[in-house]
Design a protein. Structure first.
Length: 93
């Protein structure tokens, strides 16, 4: 069977973002700080610091099973350095 250009369609469709009509002209900063964030997922955006961390809290209105923690922080590490290097103070070896 010869592959066609449509074989990547599911991957392309996964990149489509659905937003509320009132935010169609919103600047990127409104999406980055959570002002324009909407959804029915298990988490609500609390804080996003580009290149540093994402803080999420449990969505009490989520229709599925409640997440066991009230808040989650995900620290982001630049890929240029191993993650463990960020866990220690800068020292000379």
């Amino acid at each position: 069977m010869k592959p066609t250009r449509w074989i990547l369609l599911p991957n392309s469709l996964s990149r489509i973002r659905i937003i509320a009509a009132k935010y169609k002209d919103a600047p990127s900063s409104d999406f980055n700080n959570g002002k324009a964030a909407i959804g029915t997922g298990p988490f609500v955006l609390v804080e996003y610091v580009p290149g540093n961390k994402v803080v999420l809290k449990r969505n009490e209105h989520y229709w599925g099973e409640a997440f066991p923690y009230e808040q989650v922080e995900r620290w982001l590490f630049p890929t240029r350095q191993p993650a463990w290097r960020h866990c220690y103070p800068a020292v000379s070896i």
